[in-house]
Design a protein. Structure first.
Lengths: 308, 299
C-alpha cells in the first residue's frame, strides 16, 4: 500500500528533476550564444586572415602568404618606434593613475569637510565617453585660443601661447595628463574601497608602537593594500596599452607619429594603408603582448582569476 | 600650542590640495559648458573669458533648429565657421540612447539568470563556462574589430542600430554576469532554501526571492551596461556609416575633425553628449561607488 503514492509520484518527480538538471544550462545559454558569436568566431576569423594577403585595393586576390603579414608589420618603419611609444605611455599612464588613485583615495578617506565636494564629482570623468574627454582637453590645450594657455597668460606665467599638442614631448605629457584625468577616478574608487577595509585598530596599534605619517603608510597601509593595487595595476596596464579613443580625438597620433601607439597603427594599417591582413597581424601581436603581461601579473597576484 | 598650529597648517594645506583637485576634475566640465553659451567672437579672444560676458543660447538654437546665430553674421563668417554636422548631434545622441537602453535590457534579461546559475547552482561545466565568459573580455577590442565588421556584414546588419546592440551586449554581458554572480554569492541564502523546501522551482526562487533582494546590484549593473554602451566608440566607428545608426561619440569625433567646425558648436555638442552619463553618475553615485567597490572587495 505504501508503495502506491511514491510509484505515482515518480514520473512527475523525474520530469521535474530533469528540468532542474537542465535549468542552469538554459540560464546561461542566451548569454553564451551572444558571447561565442562575438568571441570564438572573430578569433578564428582573425587567425585565418592573418596568414593571407588581404589588401583592400586588390579585392580579388587573397593568396596564402604564411607569416609574411607578421614579418612585414614587425619590420615596418613604425613598429619599433610605436612599441617604444606604447611602453613609455603605458609606464607613465599607469604610474600616474596609481599615484593619483592612492593620493586622492587617502584624501577621501580623511575626516575633512571639503572632501565631500570631491566625492560628488570624482566619478564624472569616468562616466563620460572617452571621445568627449579627449575633445574637451583638445580645446582646453589649443595653442591659439585654449583656456589653459589663457589662464597661464593672464597669470603672467607665460609670455606667449604654448602649442601643447604640436610639440612631440608636450603632446605626450598632455595625453598622459588627460588619461589620468579620465582613468584616475576608477582607480581612486578601487583604492578607497581597499583603504576602508583596513581596520582602524591596526593604525592605533602601529601608532602606539611609534609609527607616524609616512612610516604608517609604508608599513601598514601599503602591504594591506597590495592585492587591490595589483588588480588596479593589471586593469590600468591593459587600458593604457589599448588606449585608442582619446588619442584618436586629442592628437590623432601626432605630431608626426610621436603619440601613435601600437593600437593606433592597427587602425592605420586598415584604414590608411588599406591592409587588412597587416592590421590583423598587428592586432594579434598586441593581443599576445597583453596576454603575456596578464599572465605575468597573475603570477604575481597568485590569487584567483575572478578579477575580470 | 605648537602642535595645534601644526595641525592648522596641515588642515589648510590639505584643503588647498582638495581645491586644486576639484579644479582639475571639474574645471574642464565647467569650461565646456561656459563655452557653449559664448559667441564665437568672445570665445576666440586672447585670453578667453572664463565666465561668458554676453551669454547666449544662439548656439543651442542653431543645433536644434538650424537658425544661424547673429554673431556669425556680424563677423561676416556666416557659412564658413558653421558646421552643418553639428546639427547631427541630436539624432546621434538619440541613437546612442536607444542602443544603450536595449543593451541595458538585454543585460538584465540574460545576465541575471546566468549569474544565479553561477552563484547558487551546482552543475557540470559551471567553472569552465564562467571562466570562458570572463576570459572573453581579455580580448583587445582592436584585435576583433575587423572580424566584427565581417560578421556584421554577413548578417546584413551594416549601419543598423541592431548591430551595435548586439556588439555592445557581447561587450557588457560578461561584466554584468561577473558582477551579479559576486553580488548573489554575497547575500545570505536562507530565504532561497526556505523557498526550495516549500516546493518552488529555481526560476520561481530567482524571480520572487533573489531578484527583490539584489535590486541595488541590478541597478548598478544596468548603469554600467548603459554607460559602456553609450560611451563605446571603436566598434561604432567601424560599424556605422550614416546617421541612421551613428552614435554620439562617432558624430562628435567627425565634427571635431572638420576644420570648419565652430568651437562654440562643438562645446554645445560636447555638453549635450555628456548630460546622460553625468545625470547617471550624480544621481546613482552611491550605488555606482558601492558596486565598483564590491567588485574589488567581494570574494
Amino acid at each position: 500500500m505504501s508503495v502506491q503514492p511514491s510509484a505515482q509520484a515518480t514520473p512527475r518527480r523525474n520530469s521535474s528533476r530533469f528540468l532542474e538538471k537542465i535549468y542552469p544550462y538554459g540560464s546561461v545559454l542566451p548569454a553564451l550564444v551572444i558571447i561565442i558569436l562575438f568571441t570564438i568566431y572573430p578569433v578564428i576569423y582573425a587567425l585565418r586572415i592573418s596568414v593571407y594577403q588581404y589588401i583592400l585595393t586588390k579585392p580579388n586576390s587573397h593568396p596564402f602568404i604564411g607569416f609574411k603579414n607578421f614579418h612585414d608589420v614587425i619590420t615596418s618603419y613604425y613598429f619599433k618606434n610605436a612599441l617604444l611609444n606604447t611602453g613609455i605611455y603605458t609606464i607613465a599612464a599607469v604610474l600616474g593613475v596609481l599615484l593619483f588613485g592612492i593620493a586622492v583615495a587617502s584624501l577621501l578617506n580623511m575626516k575633512l569637510r571639503s572632501v565631500n565636494a570631491l566625492k560628488i564629482i570624482i566619478l564624472l570623468p569616468w562616466a563620460i565617453p572617452a571621445v568627449v574627454a579627449g575633445l574637451m582637453w583638445k580645446w582646453i590645450l589649443n595653442s591659439d585660443f585654449g583656456i589653459f594657455n589663457g589662464i597661464l597668460y593672464s597669470l603672467g606665467m607665460i609670455k606667449s601661447y604654448i602649442p601643447f599638442l604640436a610639440d612631440p614631448v608636450l603632446a605626450k605629457f598632455s595625453l598622459v595628463m588627460a588619461h589620468i584625468w579620465k582613468e584616475g577616478p576608477l582607480a581612486t574608487i578601487f583604492i578607497l574601497a581597499g583603504l576602508q577595509l583596513i581596520p582602524n585598530e591596526l593604525y592605533e596599534a602601529a601608532k602606539i608602537d611609534g609609527g607616524g605619517g609616512f612610516r604608517l603608510f609604508r608599513f601598514v597601509t601599503l602591504p594591506l593594500l597590495r592585492p587591490i593595487l595589483l588588480v588596479v595595476l593589471v586593469y590600468e596596464t591593459m587600458t593604457a596599452i589599448l588606449t585608442f579613443d582619446i588619442i584618436y580625438v586629442l592628437t590623432g597620433g601626432g605630431p608626426g607619429d610621436s603619440t601613435a601607439l601600437i593600437s593606433w597603427f592597427a587602425y592605420a594599417e586598415i584604414y590608411k594603408f588599406l591592409n587588412l591582413g597587416g592590421g590583423i597581424a598587428l592586432s594579434i601581436i598586441i593581443a599576445l603582448i597583453t596576454l603575456v603581461l596578464i599572465i605575468l601579473y597573475m603570477r604575481a597576484l597568485k590569487t584567483d582569476t575572478t578579477i575580470y | 600650542m605648537r602642535k595645534k598650529r601644526r595641525t592648522l597648517v596641515k588642515t589648510i594645506l590639505l584643503n588647498l590640495i582638495v581645491a586644486i583637485l576639484i579644479i582639475y576634475i571639474a574645471g574642464p566640465f565647467v569650461w565646456v559648458i561656459s563655452a557653449s553659451f559664448q559667441g564665437e567672437n568672445e570665445l576666440l579672444k586672447k585670453p578667453p573669458s572664463f565666465i561668458p560676458k554676453n551669454p547666449t543660447t544662439d548656439n543651442y538654437r542653431y543645433v536644434f533648429t538650424g537658425q544661424v546665430p547673429t554673431s556669425y553674421e556680424v563677423k561676416g563668417q556666416l557659412r564658413s565657421r558653421i558646421s552643418q554636422e553639428a546639427r547631427l548631434i541630436a539624432p546621434a545622441l538619440k541613437n546612442s540612447f536607444i542602443i544603450a537602453v536595449f543593451v541595458l535590457a538585454i543585460n538584465l534579461l540574460f545576465a541575471t539568470p546566468a549569474a544565479y546559475a553561477f552563484a547558487r547552482l551546482r552543475w557540470k561545466f559551471r567553472a569552465g563556462i564562467y571562466n570562458f565568459i570572463l576570459g572573453s573580455r581579455l580580448m583587445p577590442a582592436m584585435a576583433i574589430a575587423i572580424p566584427y565588421y565581417v560578421i556584421i556584414q554577413s548578417l546584413k546588419l551594416m549601419d543598423t542600430k541592431l548591430s551595435l546592440i548586439l556588439v555592445d551586449s557581447a561587450l557588457t554581458i560578461p561584466f554584468s554576469i561577473w558582477f551579479l554572480t559576486l553580488y548573489i554569492t554575497n547575500i545570505p541564502r536562507d530565504l532561497e532554501e526556505a523557498g526550495l523546501v516549500d516546493g518552488c522551482n529555481y526560476f520561481q526562487v530567482l524571480k520572487s526571492i533573489v531578484v527583490p533582494i539584489i535590486i541595488p546590484g541590478l541597478v548598478a549593473a544596468s548603469a554600467f551596461a548603459f554607460m559602456t554602451s553609450y560611451n563605446e566608440f571603436l566598434f561604432a566607428r567601424f560599424l556605422t556609416t550614416s546617421i541612421a545608426s551613428q552614435t554620439g561619440p562617432v558624430v562628435l569625433s567627425s565634427i571635431s575633425g572638420n576644420p570648419d567646425a565652430s568651437y562654440s558648436l562643438i562645446s554645445v555638442c560636447l555638453t549635450l553628449g555628456m548630460i546622460p552619463p553625468i545625470i547617471l553618475a550624480i544621481t546613482m553615485r552611491k550605488w555606482l561607488t558601492e558596486g565598483l567597490s564590491s567588485t574589488i572587495t567581494f570574494r
